[in-house]
Design a protein around this ligand. Structure first.
Ligand code: GLA
Length: 312
């Protein structure tokens, strides 16, 4: 065996995610696994849905002799605690998706991070919805926008504000924006929050919705269906493009889920894992901040877009 491959055998990297049941994170793990196979290191996948589980995950990795960890934290405010814990266990630390913040709510810039270019992708969501509203000839005064929100997460705020900026620019009145705060970032929580908004605003004729991800806006779509709003009067665009979006696009009849800006779990899973490996094995420090892009896909072209992005 060459020296390189016998060294790779000893490299162990943790990949900790906040929401293991979400297709995005399943895909991230899948692509990180491909990196592990290619490079010959061991990948340890751990789910950590709260702060206690994060601490336990890091302890567990330390005890196993892992040299590094990539984490999408359940709460960005755990930032300083995660940094301290990783340092005490001699674990190299990188974050993915959700960037850690300090006590002042500012990002911890010393921690290498890969996230999506949230504002830009949000703007793409808003532009896509605005174009479709124009195409359908809806008067903006009759349009309500559900802001499915999770404001404790900065990337979520950037995404929805990016989207709303484009809708307002197109003509959406500020008064027609309705906040629907999610208790957690899944479809059920978004459905509950959106239902409250719909029930309170029977005067609105057409609905659009924006949110953190596909799961969030799918909650809004399910809410419109449950109160009996015609799918033809609903236009939402999500962010993600994983199975949640694909399953919706594959339904025989179009729902209010008009499109999704597809982001790359391959870059977030494979590339972060390779970067961590290079850091451990070759001492090559990762870039401090990598922001990835997205591409709009609609019901009729999502398969082609996924292929183009190499993530089918
Ligand atoms: C956050 C969201 C995920 C996904 C990632 C992408 O973590 O919760 O659904 O959108 O960002 O970076």
């Amino acid at each position: 065996m060459s020296m390189v491959s016998s060294f790779a055998d000893d490299v162990k990297i943790g990949f900790v995610v906040k929401q293991p049941e979400e297709p995005w994170f399943q895909d991230e793990w899948k692509f990180a696994d491909i990196a592990a196979k290619e490079k010959g290191f061991t990948l340890v996948k751990i789910a950590a849905q709260d702060g206690e589980k994060v601490q336990a995950a890091l302890d567990n990795l330390g005890a196993q002799g892992a040299q590094g960890v990539i984490i999408c934290t359940p709460d960005v405010k755990l930032g300083p605690g995660i940094v301290a814990k990783a340092a005490s266990l001699d674990l190299k630390l990188m974050t993915v998706d959700d960037r850690l913040v300090g006590p002042d709510n500012q990002p911890l810039e010393d921690v290498a991070h890969m996230g999506i270019s949230a504002t830009k992708i949000g703007e793409d969501v808003g532009s896509a919805i605005a174009a479709e509203v124009a195409k359908r000839g809806w008067d903006w005064k009759d349009v309500g926008a559900i802001r499915v929100s999770y404001d404790q997460l900065p990337t979520a705020v950037d995404r929805v504000e990016g989207a709303l900026s484009k809708l307002k620019e197109a003509g959406l009145p500020e008064a027609n924006i309705f906040d629907a705060p999610q208790a957690k970032t899944d479809t059920e929580a978004a459905l509950n929050a959106s239902t409250v908004v719909l029930n309170k605003n029977p005067q609105i004729k057409y609905w659009v919705a924006v949110g953190l991800n596909d799961e969030a806006v799918l909650g809004a779509v399910r809410a419109t269906e449950s109160v009996g709003i015609d799918a033809a009067n609903v236009v939402v665009v999500g962010i993600g493009g994983s199975d949640s979006a694909i399953n919706e696009f594959k339904k025989p009849d179009a729902t209010g889920f008009f499109g999704s800006v597809i982001i790359s779990p391959k870059r977030h899973g494979y590339e972060t894992a390779v970067n961590m490996y290079d850091w451990i094995a070759e001492g090559k420090e990762p870039e401090k901040l990598i922001l990835t892009s997205g591409q709009l896909a609609l019901r009729d072209n999502f398969e082609a877009v996924r292929k183009e992005l190499g993530i089918e």
